[in-house]
Write a protein that binds this ligand. Structure first.
Ligand code: SAM
Length: 402
């Protein structure tokens, strides 16, 4: 399914910007003997300094951007998350927070306001984003919504050298990490590269002997492997394409090293591994967003559109456990929000603003309905030196499914 025919044509200035990035990518392809792994293409398209989608100053998130995330839909989302963070901070006797990939800053502002109400403010609220241009926007949002709390917020260029006690949170960060694409054709596994056809980018299959770095039989997660991997490998497949994130183990180790005690909470869209690599999902999970249109051609308009892949939560859990963290909780966004006080927060918001009834009800529906974000988005919690059950997984904890 390519829905690119219905995409709006970018304005001339944007096309010129994209062409500049395309020239960098063409040069990389030329210097690597005619092709680069898809993962490198995705890294350049999203993060190439000064030019990539997330680093070049375009407005991406929100109504005028390309997509909308849960904290942009409703403050109720961030308030529920704050309730969960408050439990961890209270148990630890206070601490810090670190938000990864903070977008417009709205989640930081709404969480801080809720934590203030709960009497559980973190000493410092740190923000680390690969997109330095978002800092100004985050500062403006915090200045407008919570000016009295701005002094607690600190922007980082890299993970802090000293470990933190408290909570690390990231909404829709994992899906923005570059992925390797692999393809099985007539039983042979290939790594998918990007090559040039004239000036245009095209896919090409390389390395027929590729083996996937997924957990195999005999390893801890072996019993949960996807059907194509367990039933005699990929031999039965004429054509199967999917992705994996090879940076996950290293990234998770750095999170575990950063966390002295507390919890890492990640929210994203994705599946358990057996659903991720389900035989029916044979075209993979890569999707692109351009001005609220969704399509699946990542080679189009480099630098102008978002490229994402769904998250393999079994791989996230395995990387966390290997890094020394404990898998504390895993559930759907709907169950997490319901467990974290969504109903009470909704009633309080309604009492404060009865005229907003329709909007508030609509926000709850979008965040929670299975047909909207409720089931597709999951919340995973990994912890260190923290034993009490987390409130967000009270109603349903599916960690044994990972
Ligand atoms: C889809 S946006 C989500 C923004 C925001 N959390 C929200 O929910 O609106 C993904 C963000 O994650 C950032 N990001 C991607 N990889 C990251 C990493 N390894 N560390 C920190 N931020 C990262 C990107 O730069 C981008 O700002």
């Amino acid at each position: 399914m390519h829905f690119t025919d219905t995409l709006p044509t970018p304005p001339a200035e944007a096309l010129a910007h994209s062409e500049q990035l395309a020239q960098h990518i063409r040069a990389a392809i030329a210097s690597h003997g005619g092709s680069i792994p898809f993962r490198e293409f995705m890294r350049m398209a999203l993060y190439e300094p000064g030019l990539g989608y997330y680093v070049a100053g375009l407005r991406k998130i929100g109504v005028e951007g390309d997509f909308i995330t849960a904290p942009e839909i409703s403050p109720l989302f961030s308030q529920c998350l704050a309730n969960q963070c408050a439990q961890v901070l209270a148990e630890l006797g206070g601490g810090d927070m670190l938000e990864l990939g903070a977008g417009s800053g709205v989640m930081a502002a709404d969480m801080l306001l809720r934590l203030e109400k709960l009497g559980c403010l973190p000493q410092r609220y740190r923000i680390l984003d690969l997109s330095p241009e978002l800092r100004d926007r985050q500062r403006q949002t915090l200045q407008a919504k919570a000016p009295h709390l701005l002094a607690r917020v600190e922007w980082l260029d890299a993970l802090p050298e000293k470990t933190i006690r408290g909570v690390i949170v990231g909404n829709e960060v994992l899906d923005a990490m570059p992925v390797e694409v692999f393809q099985v054709t007539e039983g042979e596994m290939h790594s998918v590269h990007v090559k040039l056809e004239g000036d245009n980018f095209a896919f090409t299959a390389r390395n027929p002997s590729l083996t996937l770095p997924l957990s195999g039989e005999g390893t801890k997660a072996g019993e949960h492997l996807a059907p194509p991997l367990t039933r005699g490998g990929w031999k039965g497949f004429l054509s199967y394409t999917s992705e994996y994130n090879p940076a996950l183990p290293g990234w998770m180790r750095s999170m575990a090293d950063t966390l002295e005690a507390g919890a890492l909470l990640l929210i994203d869209y994705g599946y358990e591994q057996q659903d991720y690599y389900h035989p029916d999902r044979n075209e993979g999970t890569l999707i692109c967003h351009y001005q609220h249109r969704v399509h699946n051609n990542p080679l189009l308009y480099p630098g102008l559109q978002d490229i994402t892949a769904s998250v393999d939560f079994t791989a996230v859990a395995a990387a966390g456990v290997d890094a020394g963290l404990e898998l504390t909780g895993y559930t759907t966004q709907a169950a997490f929000l319901a467990s974290s006080g969504l109903e009470e927060l909704f009633i309080a918001a309604l009492d404060a603003n009865p005229d907003n009834q329709y909007q508030l009800a609509q926000q709850v529906r979008t965040l929670s309905l299975p047909s909207e974000m409720g089931d597709r988005f999951k919340v995973i919690a990994l912890s260190k030196g923290f034993t009490p059950p987390l409130i967000g997984f009270r109603l349903a904890n599916r960690k044994q499914h990972l």
